[in-house]
Design a binder for this molecule. Structure first.
Ligand SMILES: Cc1cc2nc3c(=O)[nH]c(=O)nc-3n(C[C@H](O)[C@H](O)[C@H](O)COP(=O)(O)OP(=O)(O)OC[C@H]3O[C@@H](n4cnc5c(N)ncnc54)[C@H](O)[C@@H]3O)c2cc1C
Length: 207
């Protein structure tokens, strides 16, 4: 059984209802079943949580799945608060030991003190921005991808803990053009993405 820990970062606020991130979490619950060879734990950052129990979920997991809307080119404040609180609780309790540097060589090895080696993570993001804002010359994101641009720090954060990325998936135009057709297509694409990522993972983890 592969152990999957899903964090639903779809905060409910203003015009961002968290509904699409909740939909992704529901698809996880339909896919990561015991029948399919998975054990699943889910945290919704809108609900109260115990930081020590959350640390245990990270340490338990083979794969952490993060679902987040993008708010002001970052994550929602409740997800950021969750990470600040839980990762701090996880210092020397399974998430990270130190920043990785040694006193005698402080110039090198920053970010190598994580204790989550062997674990993987997968990121999904949701946006109002269309995908073309990242790809077309002259458009807003100057041709930087989501992973190498806005979410670069998020990926380094997971590297700091020692985790390796699975392929991310990003969902665009969910405000101005959230048509039923787009939502249905995204749901199907996400299930296909899970199949692709987690079929490969079976081979990688059991090797
Ligand atoms: C403070 C703030 C800052 C923001 N900053 C940015 C930014 O920097 N860049 C950017 O691009 N965007 C930004 N946004 C927009 C934000 O990223 C999107 O509103 C968010 O990603 C949408 O995700 P959600 O889970 O909240 O979905 P929701 O807004 O709840 O849902 C999106 C749409 O999908 C529909 N839907 C969802 N699930 C289903 C379903 N199962 N069946 C049928 N319909 C469904 C909903 O009805 C809705 O129309 C910002 C929003 C806020 C509130």
């Amino acid at each position: 059984m592969k152990k999957i820990f899903v964090i639903n970062g779809g905060q409910h606020f203003a015009h961002s209802g968290g509904k699409f991130n909740h939909t992704l979490t529901g698809l996880d619950q339909s896919y990561f079943t015991e029948e399919n060879g998975f054990e699943l734990q889910v945290t919704d950052i809108n609900l109260p949580y115990d930081p020590d129990e959350e640390v245990k979920k990270f340490v338990w997991a083979d794969v952490v799945v993060y679902h987040t809307p993008v708010w002001w080119f970052s994550m929602p404040y409740k997800l950021k608060e969750y990470i600040d609180v839980v990762f701090t609780a996880g210092h020397r309790k399974g998430l990270y030991r130190s920043d990785g540097r040694k006193n005698e060589t402080p110039e090198i090895n920053y970010g190598t003190g994580g204790t989550m080696q062997g674990r993987k993570y997968m990121l999904t993001t949701t946006w109002n921005a269309p995908d073309t804002a990242f790809t077309l010359p002259g458009e807003f994101f100057l041709e930087h991808s989501v992973d190498q641009g806005v979410m670069f720090g998020f990926h380094r954060m997971n590297a700091f803990l020692g985790m390796q990325p699975l392929e991310s998936m990003h969902f665009h135009d969910l405000e101005k053009n959230a048509t039923p057709e787009r939502i249905d297509a995204y749901k199907n694409q996400y299930l296909a993405h899970l199949e692709a990522q987690f079929t490969d993972l079976e081979i990688a983890l059991s090797a």
